[in-house]
Design a protein around this ligand. Structure first.
Ligand code: GLU
Length: 294
């Protein structure tokens, strides 16, 4: 399946709407600074609107103090948004923990149209699926054991995991506005790029993939700017968008900032957090230079 996602905005003439979508599970680091700075510049250059969405979906990992810190650090860097949890806007609320009804509606539609199925396999992937997967801790490929199960007895999602039935063995292709043509193979073969992925966890928390797609559509996002660790998630999200009947935004994935050893920066690198560098007396410009900007 090939998805044309890049020309939607220009061709439809819709006004540019971009978003910053951090998860408050730690302090933002210079990798975020770079990605969010690029997102902000793209919105400014296109005279668009920038939105801050607080992705506090996972109650176990999200902390209000990190949500406060990310707002402060982004403002300190000089990034401005005009809709968000701190300033409101036409698509409120802007915190995922307050948007459950939207996700539930999407779950019902996917259940009724047969795109998702209940999975009773006991797996340790529960903890992973509410957070955005990056390459190292991506969701394992599901072997398809529960694929033929029917959703009929379920009126609410709680109690089992819910998975999206991907087109088995099919490539999902799209053009990234920064990194060019992308191609990922979906299906249950362990060698594929991703399998039937989680959309709702048995502990009744919607998964990252579902929440992001529902919010990007509801908030009329025309372009998604984020780190290249989420490229494979874009392929999953295109399938979800298609299943829900939504058009796809454009995608611009930024190269990741790596540490001296070439490893991806994670939130645990506290010494590279914006907060720490700021406390050391660095200016926003110096932090952005350290992040490789421009
Ligand atoms: N909330 C996700 C993260 O912090 C990013 C989601 C996205 O940009 O789609 O990794």
């Amino acid at each position: 399946m090939f998805f044309v996602s890049d020309d939607v905005v220009t061709k439809s003439g819709r006004r540019y709407r971009g978003r910053l979508a951090p998860s408050p599970t730690g302090l933002l680091h210079i990798g975020h600074a770079r990605t969010f700075w690029i997102a902000a510049q793209r919105a400014i250059e296109r005279r668009g609107t920038l939105i801050l969405r607080n992705e506090d979906l996972d109650p176990q990992r999200s902390r209000p103090e990190f949500a406060r810190a990310m707002i402060e650090d982004l403002r300190w860097l000089g990034i401005d948004w005009s809709e968000g949890p701190d300033c409101g806007g036409p698509y409120s609320p802007y915190s995922q923990s307050e948007r459950r009804n939207h996700y539930l509606q999407a779950w019902r539609r996917l259940r009724d149209s047969g795109f998702i199925y209940p999975c009773i396999c006991s797996r340790k992937d529960l903890a992973q699926s509410a957070s955005a997967p990056n390459d190292a801790d991506d969701e394992p490929i599901y072997p398809g054991t529960c694929r033929e199960r029917t959703a009929d007895p379920f009126h609410t999602p709680a109690g089992v995991n819910w998975r999206f039935r991907v087109p088995d063995g099919e490539p999902i292709e799209f053009t990234d506005l920064n990194l060019g043509r992308q191609r990922f193979l979906a299906g249950k073969n362990p060698k594929n790029d991703f399998g039937d992925f989680m959309v709702w966890r048995r502990d009744d928390v919607p998964a990252y993939q579902l929440a992001v797609v529902v919010d990007d559509a509801a908030m009329q996002i025309t372009e998604v700017v984020r780190g290249a660790d989420l490229l494979k998630s874009t392929a999953r999200q295109l399938l979800l968008l298609h299943a829900l009947g939504y058009g796809a935004p454009g995608y611009f994935h930024c190269e990741l900032v790596r540490d001296a050893a070439g490893a991806r920066l994670a939130k645990r690198h506290d010494a590279l957090s914006i907060r720490y560098l700021r406390e050391q007396g660095m200016t926003p410009k110096e932090v952005l230079a350290l992040a490789g900007w421009p």
